[in-house]
Ligand binder design. Structure first.
Ligand code: AMP
Length: 211
């Protein structure tokens, strides 16, 4: 699942995983988890850059993804990886070495002004990880998670300076990857500005139709 920060990758990946009964591997969630639960680990140390919107080192990301994917024989929804052309190359080599492949690359397209608005009002649940898209005026009113009732918090990297950095990094390092997947015929580009249910339906249609 590809798209700029705030395009709905996390929300849609979770729904796809649930719908098709497959694991959801979010590299961002994995790094946040390492930082919270095991801050002295090598992965957490490499992930410290995420709080100011930077990217984790390509080879660290590849190692982490490989160690998770090695556990599965089934399809997996990859959310937020690969994120640079170097990661894509490392991933391609790894896939060849284990005899696996990418079925589809889904790209969620959302214009920048909408991304900035969404990220400013996005809150994440401390309990279940639910991503809440709030109205800006409600974002800091202490609304609990609609799913489990736990606190919603603002991710460090959803603060204004980190948001601008993430969007700039996305444009420079991640967006160029799209051309690669257009060339291989694996890319499905979807209008991510539709309502979440409509985005989900479009993704499901894309995934169930052959390329
Ligand atoms: P996300 O939850 O996908 O928005 O990711 C949150 C943050 O985790 C990103 O801004 C990066 O700092 C880091 N991150 C997630 N995935 C990757 C990746 N594939 N490569 C490098 N850094 C990543």
């Amino acid at each position: 699942m590809m798209g700029p920060p705030g395009s709905g990758k996390g929300t849609q990946s979770a729904r796809i995983a649930e719908h098709f009964c497959v694991p959801h591997l979010s590299t961002g969630a994995l790094f946040r988890d390492a930082l919270e639960k095991d801050p002295e680990s090598a992965v957490a140390k490499a992930a410290e850059v995420i709080t100011n919107g930077g990217l984790v080192d390509d080879s660290v990301v590849m190692d982490v993804v490989a160690s998770v994917l090695e556990r599965y024989e089934c399809n997996v929804v990859l959310d937020g990886f690969p994120r640079t052309t170097h990661q894509a190359d490392l991933f391609e080599q790894w896939l060849v070495s284990v005899g696996k492949h990418i079925d589809r690359v889904v790209f969620l397209h959302v214009p920048n002004d909408e991304l900035i608005e969404r990220l400013g009002a996005r809150r994440t649940c401390r309990g279940c990880g639910y991503i809440a898209s709030l109205r800006l005026e409600d974002a800091d009113t202490g609304i609990p998670c609609p799913r489990c009732g736990e606190d919603l918090y603002r991710r460090e990297d959803d603060r204004p300076t980190a948001i601008s950095r993430r969007l700039a990094i996305y444009e420079t390092l991640t967006a160029p990857l799209l051309a690669k997947y257009v060339e291989t015929g694996q890319l499905s580009s979807i209008d991510g500005t539709q309502a979440p249910d409509a985005v989900f339906r479009t993704i499901c249609e894309t995934l169930t139709n052959p390329i």
